[in-house]
Design a protein around this ligand. Structure first.
Ligand SMILES: Nc1nc2c(c(=O)[nH]1)N[C@H]1C(S)=C(S)[C@@H](COP(=O)(O)O)O[C@H]1N2
Ligand SMILES: [Mo]
Length: 339
């Protein structure tokens, strides 16, 4: 996503000299060294840290291993005619915790640790739950769904997700009647996520990344917690080990690498809302009639095979084509205002 920059100095980010980049990097490593001394539960893999920040590409070659999952195909969501090639889904990403460029998440996340993992569901629930890595993959039946994904930057993909509905998990915890919103939080771990060590790398986001849904949205059967795609567990760059998928909303709602889901009676302040409230609303529903202040949302670039000049465009659909399933959630609401 693009961030509106207000300070003149911020505009220079992309033109950093190699010297200042080098200094920045040295400070990061220094900072990490200090953390390693003072934090009792710091990861022992200090060697891996240097791989992550190293200029030497060979050292980063250790590819993250994805495991095949068993799943059933949900017949209701098998109808997309073309899928985005797996390679594109793995290498064209937004995940600011690993950097701002589309290739950064792949390049800088291959040693990300997903096991052990702890996902906690708390707040206004009958019984708080914490799921470990194995629970995420084994506790619920996994299904495959082919969904459209539309980024607010006006590009899109068709992705074969594996996962289970958010409603399944929320029902397991038992939602209290005063719960009105669901707040999601991504892992905060600067030792593993280079974007969290510097605003030059992470785009000035105040990490951890936070997203939210109303309780009615969260319980909608379209909403998935995804643990895989193309038949295998997720790669880190796609939000391993577990990420949200809300196909009728812009991609930034689909928060990655989730560690906390909190039921609350107050609307959570979400990451992009706090950065640019006039550009990124709480609802973030895909809507071709509401332009982004700096670009049109009427069309989208289809991320597919081939180079940039061969990319096709298509018309953006209301609620990203999921109008039948979700329009009722916004009945009587002014969608120009509640964007
Ligand atoms: N934690 C976190 N989640 C995130 C993001 C991010 O930067 N950090 N980017 C979002 C955006 S803008 C998009 S379009 C999707 C991209 O998902 P993909 O890279 O798996 O296609 O992830 C979303 N989830
Ligand atoms: Mo996005």
């Amino acid at each position: 996503m693009l961030i509106k920059r207000t300070k003149k100095s911020d505009l220079k980010e992309s033109q950093l000299t190699s010297e200042s980049l080098y200094k920045d990097r040295r400070n990061i490593i220094k900072g990490l060294g200090l953390a390693a001394i003072t934090l009792p539960f710091v990861k022992p893999a200090s060697a891996a840290l240097f791989d992550v920040f190293s200029d030497n590409k060979d050292e980063g070659d250790l590819l993250f291993k994805r495991t095949p999952l068993s799943f059933t195909k949900n017949p209701k969501y098998q109808s997309l005619s073309t899928l985005t090639p797996e390679d594109k889904i793995l290498k064209y990403n937004n995940f600011y915790e690993f950097g701002l460029d589309k290739g950064d998440p792949f390049e800088y996340s291959q040693q990300f640790e997903v096991d052990p993992w702890a996902l906690t569901i708390d707040g206004l629930v009958d019984k708080p739950i914490t799921l470990n890595y194995e629970d995420l993959l084994k506790k619920f039946e996994i299904e495959e769904r082919l969904y459209r994904m539309r980024c607010v930057e006006a590009w899109s993909m068709n992705i074969p997700w594996l996962g289970f509905t958010l409603a399944t998990l929320l029902k397991e915890a038992g939602v209290k009647s005063d719960a009105k919103f669901v707040r999601f939080e991504t892992l905060y771990d600067p030792l593993q996520m280079r974007g969290q060590t510097s605003r030059f790398i992470g785009g000035g986001i105040n990490f951890p990344y936070v997203e939210g849904l109303t309780i009615e949205e969260a319980m909608n059967p379209l909403v998935l917690l995804s643990v895989g795609l193309y038949g295998k567990t997720l790669a880190p760059q796609n939000g391993a080990p577990i990420r949200l998928v809300v196909p009728w909303k812009y991609g930034f709602k689909s928060i990655k690498s989730i560690v906390k889901i909190t039921l609350t009676d107050k609307a959570p302040v979400t990451t992009w809302q706090s950065i640019g409230p006039d550009e990124y609303g709480f609802y973030a529903n895909v809507n071709p009639r509401v332009d982004h202040p700096r670009w049109s949302q009427k069309n989208e670039k289809i991320i597919a095979e081939g180079n940039v000049f061969q990319q096709k465009r298509k018309k953006t659909l209301m609620f990203n084509g999921y109008e039948e399933e979700v329009a009722h959630l916004y009945k009587g609401m002014d969608l120009l205002r509640n964007f």
